[in-house]
Write a protein that binds this ligand. Structure first.
Ligand SMILES: NC(=O)c1ccc[n+]([C@@H]2O[C@H](COP(=O)([O-])OP(=O)(O)OC[C@H]3O[C@@H](n4cnc5c(N)ncnc54)[C@H](O)[C@@H]3O)[C@@H](O)[C@H]2O)c1
Length: 292
């Protein structure tokens, strides 16, 4: 088993910032990378904002916030990753983007460094094949928002060795997370079950069975879900929802996973949910307003 003390995070979006946040609070050194300095700066500001909220709610102390922020170092290039024990890729959910990252990243890593991907759906075995170390590659799938959600799915690729699995499991436990192990099949466990439900909610809207509000109220109060499925889709990001459905549809070749045309239309419009301020709800005003 390898002790993980320094973690590299690639992608400073919703998930990458969350992963850097929990690692730094757990006392690990973190290196944070994205495509531009501005993106990294925005990511650091998000982490600062989220930690400040935790201080206000007495979840952490001001001292812990300062200590954690000081442990996160921005890195414009992969040169900053040479002494990382584990690098977690949390970039855009596109296979070609991720493959390119791994090809460029690996020559900078120490030989025994482990590499993880936070992908929601893409084959870990296939991503591992883009690296020089498939045996030290693993899926580490955090849930959104990372600081609040207790689960991490660990996905072993065909070549992942026991040491990598045990070391990443211990790492997740150090972050205070529970681990569920999934086999490497499209979308793993959580999204295999969750995304078809969200896609079906969008079909329900598309076919006029209910309005945005009716569908969300129905599932919140009728199925006791904490968020309605359309609210949740906006929270996750509609581009992510679409790409997970595409991976399920292509990977399992079953028409039941066909992405709803309305989901495709929203993504084509650039209405990706909360992150673009518009999705099934419009977030630009004081209160979210349904867009249909
Ligand atoms: N959003 C969710 O609920 C959720 C949950 C679990 C897993 N995931 C997965 O996490 C990953 C990231 O999702 P997100 O929601 O944070 O997306 P996001 O759009 O918020 O962030 C992605 C970030 O990756 C950066 N990026 C793109 N190409 C890059 C490159 N070559 N090098 C470095 N950075 C690059 C982008 O600039 C952006 O900042 C995806 O694989 C997604 O499937 C998302």
């Amino acid at each position: 088993m390898t002790n993980i003390n320094k973690v590299g995070v690639i992608g400073a979006g919703q998930m990458g910032t969350g992963i850097a946040h929990v690692c730094a609070l757990a006392g690990l050194d973190v290196v944070l990378n994205d495509v531009s300095e501005d993106r990294i700066k925005a990511g650091l500001a998000t982490i600062n904002g989220n930690m400040s909220r935790q201080v206000r709610r007495n979840r952490i102390t001001e001292e812990q916030r300062q200590g954690a922020l000081a442990r996160i170092v921005p890195a414009k290039s992969y040169d900053g990753f040479t002494d990382c024990d584990l690098v977690i890729e949390a970039a855009t959910e596109k296979e070609d983007v991720k493959r390119k990252i791994f090809v460029q990243l690996c020559p900078h890593l120490k030989p025994d460094a482990m590499v993880g991907s936070n992908t929601s759906s893409i084959s870990i075995t296939r991503l591992a094949a883009a690296t020089d170390r498939p045996e030290r590659f693993i899926g580490i799938h955090f849930m959104n928002p990372v600081p609040l959600m207790e689960l991490v799915e660990l996905i072993r690729g065909i070549a992942t060795d026991d040491g990598t699995y045990e070391s990443t499991k211990a790492f997740c436990q150090r972050l205070g997370k529970m681990v569920a192990v999934s086999e490497d099949f499209p979308a793993f466990i959580v999204n295999r079950v969750l995304m078809p439900m969200i896609n079906e909610a969008i079909y329900t809207l598309y076919e006029g069975v209910g309005t945005v509000e009716a569908i969300d109220v129905a599932m919140r109060l009728g199925a006791n879900h904490p968020m309605g499925p359309l609210q949740l889709a906006d929270f996750i990001g509609l581009d992510i929802c679409l790409s997970v459905m595409q991976v399920l549809h292509e990977g399992l070749a079953d028409s039941k996973y066909r992405p709803c045309p309305l989901l495709v239309k929203y993504v084509e419009a650039g209405w990706l949910g909360r992150k673009t301020q518009r999705g099934f709800y419009d977030y630009r005003g004081e209160k979210p307003v349904p867009t249909r």
